[in-house]
Design a protein around this ligand. Structure first.
Ligand code: PRP
Length: 215
């Protein structure tokens, strides 16, 4: 893709976060009508007048595009930022996409978290799970990476607990599981490439300050 410095490039994750971000950008006068067409399969969008470029990526890839500088800016969940551990400046909490990263399981598993027992933890977020259990709780655990429907773990006996996102709590409730410990609150964040922050300092600072006023 064209990495022309004239443009400010923003990587968004496909789905709800992207829609919310576009709404927010629209509020400060940055638009991209082409992106509103939900039936489109296009991945890159350009607003020539405003010299803005947007692309739609898978959530976990957003920090990668930003670290490598093909996107100057990314908007992605704090969970993904923590899990991917990419180099980028986290500059703004956008306040939407609010949820919590939690250790969950059946009520009976609560006790296993109290005595530093060797337990099995299933998660889509192995780095977050490892950091929490090893560095915060000093509990040695066996972490099993899953790719979704993680709540199955304790139900089918693959793991004792899970580390996962809880938003409304209904997935847990409908599967007979509970929040046992809260790891941290989550929300959408804006991240910026470290070189772009210097080379395009004015544009990026203006964007951040307009967004701050809008939030
Ligand atoms: C996420 C998360 C939980 C659920 C939490 O899964 O992993 O399963 O949403 O939301 P709730 O508290 O409002 O029920 P997602 O829908 O992204 O699908 P996945 O299981 O395939 O990851």
């Amino acid at each position: 893709m064209n990495t022309n410095n004239e443009y400010l490039t923003i990587a968004l994750c496909k789905g709800r976060l992207a829609s919310k971000t576009l709404e927010l950008l629209e509020g400060i006068g940055i638009t991209c009508d082409e992106m509103k067409d939900k039936s489109s399969r296009k991945l890159i969008f350009v607003n020539e007048e405003q010299k803005m470029r947007f692309f739609l990526a898978k959530g976990p890839d957003v920090p990668t595009y930003v670290e490598y500088g093909v996107a100057d800016i990314g908007v992605v969940g704090k969970d993904t930022i923590m899990e991917e551990q990419r180099r980028a400046y986290e500059v703004l909490d956008l306040g939407y996409g609010k949820c919590r990263m939690c250790v969950c399981g059946p009520e009976s598993a609560a006790e296993l978290l109290q005595h530093h027992e060797m337990i099995r933890v299933a998660s889509k977020y192995p780095n977050i799970a490892k950091d929490y259990f090893y560095n915060k709780k000093f509990q040695t655990v066996d972490i099993i990476k899953l790719n979704g429907s993680v709540e199955l773990g304790p139900i089918v006996g693959l793991s004792d607990v899970i580390v996962d996102i809880v938003e409304t709590g209904s997935t847990l409730h409908e599967n007979g599981l509970k929040v046992l410990e809260e790891i941290c609150p989550l929300s959408a964040r804006m991240i910026v490439n470290q070189v772009s922050m210097k080379l395009k300092a004015e544009r990026i600072r203006d964007l951040i300050s307009s967004l701050k006023h809008q939030l």
